[in-house]
Design a protein around this ligand. Structure first.
Ligand code: NDP
Length: 444
C-alpha cells in the first residue's frame, strides 16, 4: 500500500465514526497525489500527511444557559484548532443542531487549505455548538453566546485564534460574543471578525463570501471567453452566502431563479426579488413561504429540488452534501456548464466525479468561498493598523484575491498536467504553502 493509502486507511480505522471528516480527507489526499509523489521521500520522512490530518488540538466544553422559561439548558461547545503553520488559527463558528466533532474536524481541515489559498497569513480552525438558534429569542441567543464565550475566551486572541461567523452565526451573534470577550478580558482587540462597523468590523465582510464566489465564477468564465452576463443561475440556501451571491450575480447581469432553505425552495421564473428576499431572511428571519406569499411569479416547493431546475450555472450555498449524484445527473442532463461551491463541501464525492467527468467546470468551496475568510483577513489587517478602508477599497482587494486564487489554481493545474481539475489545483496549491512552512518549522 502506498504512503497516501496507508495514511487514509489508518485514519479510517481510527475515525470510522467521523464520516464527514473522512470524506474531506479522502478528497484532499486523492487529489494531491501528484504533489506528494513529486516529494515523497521528504514528506514521508517528516510524516507530513499524518501531521496535516491531525489537528493541533480540539477543545470541547459545556455551555449551560437559561431559556426564557427560566429552565437551564446545556449544549456542547467546540473549537478545533487545526493548523497554525502559516498564521493564527482562523475559521468560523457554526451554531446548528447537527454540529459534532466530525463536522468541525472536516471544516477545520478544509479551512487550513482555504486560508492558505487566499495568500494571507492565516492558519485553519473551526468551532461551534449543537445549539439551535432557530426560534430562540434575542435574549436566549445572548445568554447562549455569553456562556459560550465565557469558556472560549481562554483559547483565542488576535495573534492566537480569530473566530468568525458561519451557519447560524451572523452580526448579532458576533456582537454578543465580542461584548462578552471584552467584558471578561478588558481588552478591545481584533479577536473576532464579522464585527459590526461601529466596533472594528470591515465593510464588505457581510457580502464577501457571496461576492467572492461570483468573482471567481466570472474569472473561470472569462478564461473560457465567456461571462456570467445573461446566464440562468440556480442558487441553493437563503442565508448570508446565498443572498450576496444572488446580489452580485444580478449586478453582473445574470438571472437567478432559485433559493432554498431546509424546508423547501423557491423557483421564481422572473428572477429572485432580492429586496424581498432580504426583507424575509435578514429582517424578519422568516421562512421562504413568506417570500412566496408576497411574490406572484414565485413557486414554493417543499423539500429538495433546486438542482433539478434548468440552468447554466449552479451555486450550492447551503450546507455540506446537499448536491448528490441524482442532482449532478439532473444538472448535466439540463445542460448546466458550471458548478462553483459557495458552501463548504456541498457536493458529494460521487457527484463531484460525475460533474467533472461530464464536462462541467467545477470549482470547489475551498477556492470558491474563500472570499469570506479573505475579507476576515482584511478585517484583521485593518484592526491591526487601526484604520478602516472604504467599501470600494475592500471590494477591490477581495476581487483581486479571488482572481489570484483562480490564476494560482490554473498555474498549479498546468504544472502537474491536471487539465482543468480545480479540485486538485486548489488542494495542491493550498497544501504546498502549508507544507513548506511545516518543514521549515521542524517536527512540531
Ligand atoms: P446561514 O446560516 O446564513 O445560511 C445557511 C442557509 O443554508 C440557510 O438558508 C439554511 O436554511 C440552509 N441550510 C442549513 N443547513 C441546511 C440543511 N441541513 N439542509 C438544507 N438547508 C440548510 O449560513 P451561511 O450562508 O453563512 O453559510 C452557508 C454555507 O457557506 C455553509 O456551508 C458555510 O460553512 C459556508 N461558508 C460560509 C461563509 C460565510 O462567510 N458566511 C464563508 C465560507 C463558507 P435554514 O434557515 O432552514 O436552516
Amino acid at each position: 500500500m502506498d504512503y497516501i493509502n496507508r495514511v487514509y486507511e489508518n485514519l479510517k480505522q481510527k475515525y470510522g465514526y467521523e464520516p464527514e471528516f473522512l470524506q474531506a480527507v479522502q478528497e484532499v489526499l486523492e487529489s494531491i497525489r501528484p504533489a506528494v509523489m513529486a516529494n515523497l521521500e521528504v514528506y514521508e520522512k517528516n510524516k507530513i500527511l499524518e501531521r496535516l490530518t491531525t489537528p493541533d488540538r480540539i477543545i470541547s466544553f459545556r455551555v449551560p444557559w437559561v431559556n426564557d422559561k427560566g429552565e437551564v439548558e446545556v449544549n456542547m461547545g467546540y473549537r478545533v484548532q487545526w493548523s497554525s503553520a502559516i498564521g493564527p488559527y482562523k475559521g468560523g463558528l457554526r451554531l446548528h443542531p447537527s454540529v459534532n466533532q466530525s463536522i468541525l474536524k472536516f471544516l477545520g481541515f478544509e479551512q487550513t487549505f482555504k486560508n492558505s489559498l487566499t495568500g494571507l497569513p492565516m492558519g485553519g480552525g473551526k468551532g461551534g455548538s449543537d445549539f439551535d438558534p432557530k426560534g430562540k429569542s434575542d435574549r436566549e441567543i445572548m445568554a447562549f453566546c455569553q456562556s459560550f464565550m465565557t469558556e472560549l475566551y481562554k483559547y483565542i486572541g488576535p495573534n492566537e485564534d480569530v473566530p468568525a461567523g458561519d451557519i447560524g452565526v451572523g452580526g448579532r451573534e458576533i456582537g454578543y460574543l465580542y461584548g462578552q470577550y471584552k467584558r471578561i478580558t478588558g481588552r478591545f482587540e481584533g479577536v473576532l471578525t464579522g464585527k459590526g462597523l461601529t466596533y472594528g468590523g470591515s465593510l464588505v465582510r457581510t457580502e464577501a463570501t457571496g461576492y467572492g464566489l461570483l468573482y471567481i465564477t466570472e474569472a473561470l468564465l472569462n478564461h473560457h471567453k465567456d461571462s456570467i452576463k445573461g446566464k440562468t443561475v440556480v442558487i441553493s440556501g437563503a442565508g448570508n452566502v446565498a443572498i450576496y451571491a444572488c446580489e452580485k450575480a444580478q449586478q453582473l447581469g445574470a438571472k437567478v431563479i432559485s433559493v432554498s432553505d431546509s424546508n423547501g425552495y423557491i423557483y421564481d421564473k422572473d428572477g429572485i426579488d432580492l429586496a424581498l428576499l432580504k426583507e424575509v431572511k435578514e429582517v424578519k428571519r422568516a421562512r421562504l413561504t413568506e417570500y412566496k406569499k408576497a411574490r406572484p411569479s414565485a413557486e414554493y416547493h417543499e423539500g429538495k429540488g433546486v438542482f433539478k431546475l434548468k440552468c447554466d450555472v449552479a451555486l450550492p450555498c447551503a450546507t455540506q452534501n446537499e448536491l448528490d449524484i441524482n442532482d449532478a445527473k439532473a444538472l448535466v442532463a439540463n445542460g448546466c456548464k458550471v458548478v462553483c461551491e459557495g458552501a463548504n463541501m456541498p457536493t458529494t464525492l460521487e457527484a463531484t466525479t460525475y460533474l467533472k467527468t461530464n464536462g462541467v467546470l467545477f470549482i470547489p468551496g475551498k477556492a470558491a468561498n474563500a472570499g469570506g475568510v479573505a475579507t476576515s483577513g482584511l478585517e484583521m489587517c485593518q484592526n491591526s493598523i487601526r484604520l478602516s478602508w472604504t467599501f470600494a477599497e475592500v471590494d477591490a482587494k477581495l476581487k483581486d484575491i479571488m482572481e489570484n486564487i483562480y490564476s494560482n489554481m490554473l498555474r498549479t493545474c498546468e504544472k502537474y498536467n491536471l487539465g482543468e481539475d480545480y479540485v486538485a489545483g486548489a488542494n495542491i496549491c493550498g497544501f504546498e504553502k502549508v507544507v513548506n512552512a511545516m518543514i521549515s518549522h521542524g517536527i512540531c
